[in-house]
Design a protein around this ligand. Structure first.
Ligand SMILES: NC(=O)c1ccc[n+]([C@@H]2O[C@H](COP(=O)([O-])OP(=O)(O)OC[C@H]3O[C@@H](n4cnc5c(N)ncnc54)[C@H](OP(=O)(O)O)[C@@H]3O)[C@@H](O)[C@H]2O)c1
Length: 259
């Protein structure tokens, strides 16, 4: 069945695993062409050929490290060179760390700021212009429930996600008159995406959350704050309950990434 978004392209960063991969699978199934970005070429290549075989869509990738200063501009130029119109941008690539701030590796913390904030701002800036010219488009910035409050022992991570929320809120207001929708997606907990939630596969749960499905997304937005996409109100609770445990782990000097 023809759909209005058929043959349009979604650019998904961090698409080689986790939430980004779930987005890619779901959107490809719905008829979107996808342009997948991450560092690991082998994973991207495999996923693109699988998606291309399974759905009648065009799946392409660009392997690149988004913490490289010129990576966002290179990616933007590459989409132009390939003649792709990016109708939806999903800024998903990101990672976290946990522990006493002073015991964490400074280079890694700065790399987190570069990926979670700097690359996201640059890509938003670059792709927003053409969307506004066309009078349509969507940007989904992946934040976290960790962004709703300061989180000791996940200090930098939570602060980067608070930035993403604030940035997306303001851009939502600035751009809605141009027909461009900017949203923050706030996943709550690792388990949700690792098969320990309600038993449904990750991409099904993302679909339930409204990823790429405007009408459902809008219902969720209305239920939460007007322009935040929150997967489930309960997840905020989950984070609160998880915090003492996180703090205990942090005191033992453990660290984590979202992987
Ligand atoms: N999972 C959760 O419970 C959860 C909760 C709240 C928020 N989030 C947020 O959701 C997003 C995705 O999380 P996830 O758990 O799905 O992560 P994940 O499974 O670790 O996937 C991260 C993705 O980002 C890519 N990536 C990492 N560093 C990169 C770089 N420098 N340049 C380009 N790509 C890079 C990775 O691929 P390569 O390694 O191949 O580059 C991978 O595709 C993140 O922003 C995270 O903060 C996750």
């Amino acid at each position: 069945m023809a759909r209005d978004y058929q043959m349009k392209t979604t650019l998904i960063t961090g698409a080689s695993s986790g939430i980004g991969e779930a987005f890619a699978r779901r959107l490809a199934r719905d008829g979107w062409n996808v342009l997948l970005v991450a560092r690991t070429e082998s994973k991207l290549e495999m996923l693109c050929s699988e998606l291309g075989r399974a759905s009648d869509i065009n799946a392409q990738y660009v392997a690149l490290d988004l913490t490289d200063t010129d990576a966002p501009a290179k990616l933007f130029e590459e989409t132009k060179a390939r003649g792709l119109e990016v109708e939806m941008l999903i800024n998903n690539a990101g990672f976290g760390s946990m522990g006493d701030f002073l015991q964490l590796d400074l280079e890694r913390e700065l790399e987190m700021v570069d990926l979670n904030i700097k690359a996201l701002v640059a890509l938003t800036y670059l792709f927003l212009g053409p969307m506004r010219e066309r009078g349509r488009g969507s940007i989904i910035n992946v934040a976290s429930t960790a962004g709703f409050q300061p989180v000791p022992y996940m200090t930098t991570y939570a602060a980067t996600k608070a930035f993403v929320l604030s940035f997306s809120d303001a851009l939502w207001e600035e751009n809605r008159a141009y027909g461009v929708s900017v949203m923050a997606l706030c996943p709550g907990g690792h388990q949700l995406f690792r098969g320990l939630g309600d038993g449904a596969p990750a991409d099904a749960r993302l679909a339930d959350a409204g990823a790429g499905r405007g009408h459902r997304a809008q219902r969720l937005e209305a239920r939460a704050r007007p322009h935040h996409l929150r997967l489930d109100e309960l997840l905020t609770d989950g984070i609160r309950k998880a915090r003492p445990a996180l703090a205990r782990r942090a005191r033992r000097g453990q660290s984590f990434t979202t992987r």
